[in-house]
Design a protein around this ligand. Structure first.
Ligand code: NAD
Ligand code: MG
Length: 399
């Protein structure tokens, strides 16, 4: 498939072991799970860099265990504070801010990069990793929503490879490997439905951040948990799927599967659907990406289908959760609309978490932001960032 973002799953070259890795977002849910995988297989990895934002205590603990020569934090104050938390006799280089994260993404010492910063802040570091020709284990779906075509070009020009960590896209990657792109008919992403599946509009009017954060199957960071409750996570993911696999939006479907056991399916022209099943724990797709194409043990209970008993599937409720269609429409409208969709969503989720707006205001603010936007060309990262900033400011101003 010529439009696949880096290379078709069957054609991804393998890095030799031990693999030197930079982990961007090491203090987050994905970062912590990745270090858990790495610590189970210390012979397979060398940690070259760790980057976090505000949780300096956890970053210092991780750094003390792995002694990477490079660290990065949000700002100069963070650099000083982190220095004070590190053990005696250990003097890593500590960088900061967007330039710091970008530098760690492109370190010549580390051919493998885990991109696990949350939100649009992950775009430039992911692009830097692509420009530096890295193997990128990509969790930061927002990077592809903002600048998929730009990242694709950078991968092509520099021989970078993207291995998708997001469980659905990882499932698709595995079900696509060994098959011919011409035989592909449809990608079917599964969605858990989130904590509010089956509720009424009346119920959603008054839900609190605490209720929205309580995901039934997955333990994740705050932003993606709210995205799962609004179904915007699935909206971002259908865009991610189009951009990863070079397939039209009309061939990407979503089915709600509350047990989160089937992680996604690929449908072929002969009517076969190939699914990927597993215990819902991100260490499985993370280990797959970090060790690809090898498979290693992870500390996750094996799936026992008899114990699960029943797997169910249903249509998503698009009237209750309009974010899924807002994402579909944004992708179909232009390459600039998804940037506005993402920016308005990040602002709205942040306001909801601070209890400044109601749950149902999230889709309302995003829809209004998309309605204000006129399609524009986005062929360089500066335009992406400028539009992201503008859409954030306009979303706040429209409150
Ligand atoms: P999280 O909030 O738990 O962690 C985010 C990480 O990014 C932390 O290390 C934080 O310090 C860092 N960070 C936050 N703001 C930053 C900034 N401005 N600059 C630099 N670093 C910053 O998030 P998470 O749940 O681990 O998710 C990370 C990414 O992975 C997201 O894009 C999410 O959509 C994706 N993802 C997560 C899961 C999951 O199960 N958690 C599953 C699939 C995809
Ligand atoms: Mg996912």
């Amino acid at each position: 498939m010529k439009t696949y973002i880096s290379s078709w799953p069957s054609d991804c070259p393998a890095l030799p072991f031990p693999r030197a890795i930079s982990i961007l977002g090491s203090t987050g849910s994905i970062g912590v799970s990745a270090l858990n995988v790495i610590e189970k297989h210390p012979d397979l990895f060398v940690v070259t860099a760790l980057a976090g934002a505000r949780n300096l205590r956890l970053l210092a603990e991780q750094a003390a265990r792995h002694r990477p020569p490079y660290l990065a934090v949000l700002d100069e104050d963070g650099v000083k504070a982190l220095r004070g938390l590190l053990p005696a006799g250990y003097f890593p280089r500590i960088l900061c801010g967007p330039e710091g994260y970008v530098a760690l993404a492109a370190l010549p010492e580390a051919p493998l990069v885990l991109s696990a910063i949350v939100g649009a802040a992950g775009f430039l570091p992911t692009l830097a990793a692509a420009q530096a020709g890295k193997v990128i284990a990509l969790a930061n779906k927002e990077a592809l929503v903002l600048g998929g075509p730009i990242i694709r070009r950078a991968c092509r020009e520099n021989g970078a490879i993207i291995l998708p960590v997001d469980s659905e896209h990882n499932a698709l990657f595995q079900a696509l490997a060994g098959h011919d792109a011409e035989d592909l008919r449809r990608l079917i992403l599964t969605a858990s439905g989130g904590p509010f599946r089956g509720k009424t509009l009346e119920f959603l009017r008054t839900v609190s951040p605490r209720q929205a954060l309580a995901h039934p199957n997955w333990s994740m960071g705050a932003k993606i948990s709210i995205d799962s409750a609004t179904l915007m996570n699935k909206g971002l993911e259908i865009i991610e799927a189009c951009r990863l696999y070079g397939i039209g939006m009309d061939r990407v479907d979503v089915v709600v599967h509350p047990q989160s056991i089937v992680h996604s399916l690929v449908e072929y022209t002969d009517g076969s659907q190939l699914a990927h099943l597993g215990t819902p724990d991100m260490r499985i797709p993370i280990a797959y990406c970090l060790c690809h194409p090898r498979r290693v043990e992870v500390d996750v209970p094996m799936l026992d289908l008899a114990a699960v008993g029943t797997l169910t599937f249903e249509e998503p409720d698009l009237s209750l959760f309009p974010c899924l269609n807002l994402a579909r429409e944004a992708y179909n409208a232009s390459d600039s609309h998804p940037i506005v969709l993402n920016a308005a969503n990040e602002v709205a989720v942040d306001l909801f978490l601070k209890e400044k707006i109601a749950f149902l205001d999230i889709p309302r603010l995003i829809e209004a932001a998309l309605a204000r936007h006129k399609a524009m060309e986005v062929s360089d990262p500066a335009t992406v960032l400028a539009l992201d900033a503008q859409a954030r400011a306009e979303t706040l101003a429209a409150l």
